[in-house]
Design a protein around this ligand. Structure first.
Ligand code: FES
Length: 153
């Protein structure tokens, strides 16, 4: 991790206004903001660690825990809502055994919701690792999540 962190930080000057791009790049690299990274960023920018946390916690895009291999995002935008997004979310929660904002113990799946993924014509939809899955039904959900009977056998 140290090497990857150093490599990222080396492309910045350590200015305060660089904190958000640094946090974004580190999250892009690790999938979340590890504690060690927060400490290194604070040292690098010569600011208290609490300042780095204050910025990171202000923005909902940042997370402090690792996400699962499959990042599932259920769309709750208007078009998806009208076409059953609540039911889609309930089904995903049931199939994965986790609630929104959680990650399965085996680190396979993380579940979040999103306001709109820009594919309203395909609603209700979800996204798995940035790939849009359209017109979700229970059957489609079990297939795309790999939770069908054949997958469990
Ligand atoms: S509302 Fe779901 S994709 Fe736009």
């Amino acid at each position: 991790m140290e090497e990857r962190l150093s490599s990222i930080l080396s492309s910045y000057e350590g200015k305060r206004e660089e904190l958000i791009p640094i946090l974004q790049q580190i999250q892009g690299e690790f999938g979340y903001l590890p504690e060690q990274a927060m400490l290194e960023i604070a040292r690098f920018a010569r600011v208290p660690e609490s300042s780095v946390y204050a910025i990171a916690t202000f923005y909902t895009q940042f997370r402090f825990t690792p996400i699962g291999k499959k990042h599932v995002m259920v769309c709750r935008g208007t078009a998806c809502y009208v076409r059953g997004a609540s039911r889609v979310l309930e089904t995903v929660e049931e199939l994965l055994g986790i609630k929104e904002g959680e990650t399965t113990e085996d680190m396979e799946y993380s579940l979040e919701t999103v306001a709109c993924i820009g594919a309203c014509g395909l609603s209700p939809c979800i996204m798995i690792n940035k790939k849009v899955e359209a017109k979700m039904t229970r059957k489609r959900l079990t297939d795309v999540l790999g939770k069908g009977e054949a997958a469990e056998a």
